[in-house]
Design a protein around this ligand. Structure first.
Ligand code: ACO
Length: 342
């Protein structure tokens, strides 16, 4: 018995009860910011941003709109599609690096906005890998039969943490939210395998250094933009990102016992079109099997895969029963992948 549990753990999929993504939802703010708008703010060009990143436009939240508001809008859609009342929820996980505040958690704020009176709620910070981490955590609560209905949300208002004088970051990041309802499955839909990882030694590559216990807010930290996203070397992150996403995805495919040919669609974290293309090349993925929407939304961190999954589903690109792959990397540095029979 012990051996069997260990074997299943090793597979990264306990699988006693199958767990599925029952529904998806997404919300992006109305305001569209183009590369041409950015040309007026920092020394950059549409040509540079397009060729180096693939981004053409991104969405920016209104001043009075915060991460929990975006999360709430996406959650409402996912709940409606799952035909669930917020009171049916047992667990809410909000993946974000741009919480409304340190505490209460954005999960608690969303729980209150939804009126999900029977749910436990927490935030989790795995940066751009956040949606995959949330999916795995929800899966593992459900397969032990602890909970029945979980709501996972990736939501970001990264514009609130942007130094609008720093052209190396402000052209990349943006706002948005995606949500999924996770429930037990009686059919073939399930999380087949996953892989998660971290290398904290690269923590300083991407960070918001001030505002925490290590560097509390002072006039100097504000003046030096240390409450904003700092990126040490875009180039270094680029290389690590491609390698880690490739490795983690290959591990998940192996755990699931599948090959690229079995996969209908891969949804990678949308950080940079060149990163996505390099990944596709390494994995020998035909272009039509890789979902890309970075040109519309930029890098929305934990929301990126959640929004893309919702779009791919609502556009009819993925159907029930299809095998899809998710893979991400992000600040931390974190990475993760999942293979799902949708
Ligand atoms: N406009 C114009 N020029 C720019 C801009 C800009 N917005 N930003 C940088 N440059 C300049 C640089 O100053 C540099 O000039 P120099 O050669 O005179 O020194 C030149 O462009 C080239 O810079 P590189 O950094 O070498 O450009 P690169 O081709 O690597 O592209 C980029 C930079 C887009 C940041 C890329 O490295 C990348 O996407 N890396 C991954 C970053 C990432 O995904 N971060 C988020 C991780 S997810 C998360 O956790 C939130």
């Amino acid at each position: 018995m012990r051996r069997k549990v260990d074997d299943l753990r090793e597979r990264g999929s306990m699988g006693t009860t199958n767990v599925m993504i029952k529904s998806t939802g997404a919300y992006v703010p109305e305001k569209v910011m183009t590369n041409f708008d950015l040309e007026k703010i920092v020394e950059t060009s549409d040509e540079w941003i397009t060729t180096r990143t693939g981004i053409k436009t991104r969405r920016i939240a209104a001043e009075n709109q915060t991460t929990s508001d975006l999360a709430y809008e996406a959650a409402k859609i996912a709940l409606e599609r799952a035909e669930l009342h917020p009171r049916d929820l047992d667990l809410i996980l909000v993946a974000t690096v741009s919480p409304d505040m340190f505490f209460p958690s954005t999960g608690c704020v969303v729980q209150n906005k939804l009126g999900a009176t029977n749910a436990a709620a927490i935030d989790l910070n795995a940066a751009c890998s956040g949606y995959i981490y949330a999916l795995v955590i929800a899966n593992n609560f459900l397969i032990t039969n602890s909970y029945k209905n979980a709501l996972i949300i990736g939501s970001e208002k990264l514009s609130a943490f942007m130094n609008w004088e720093d052209r190396s970051t402000c052209v990349l990041f943006a706002d948005g939210a995606g949500a999924s309802v996770i429930t037990p499955s009686s059919g073939e839909s399930k999380l087949l395998a996953y892989d998660l990882g971290v290398d904290g030694s690269f923590g300083d590559q991407l960070s918001v250094p001030a505002g925490g216990a290590r560097m509390p807010a002072t006039e100097e930290t504000v003046r030096n933009h240390l409450h904003c996203i700092q990126m040490k070397s875009g180039n270094a992150i680029f290389k690590i990102a491609v390698n880690r996403m490739k490795e983690t995805f290959t591990k998940s495919m192996k755990k699931a016992g599948i090959t690229i040919d079995d996969i209908s669609l891969v949804i990678p974290h949308q950080a940079n079109l060149r990163i996505i293309e390099s990944l596709g090349k390494y994995l020998k993925l035909p272009k039509e099997k890789v979902y890309v929407n970075i040109h519309k939304y930029g890098n929305t961190s934990a929301a990126s895969i959640a929004i893309a999954l919702d779009e791919a589903h609502t556009e009819g690109i993925i159907k029930r029963g299809d095998i899809i792959g998710l893979t991400a990397f992000g600040g931390g540095l974190t990475w993760g992948s999942a293979i799902i029979r949708f």
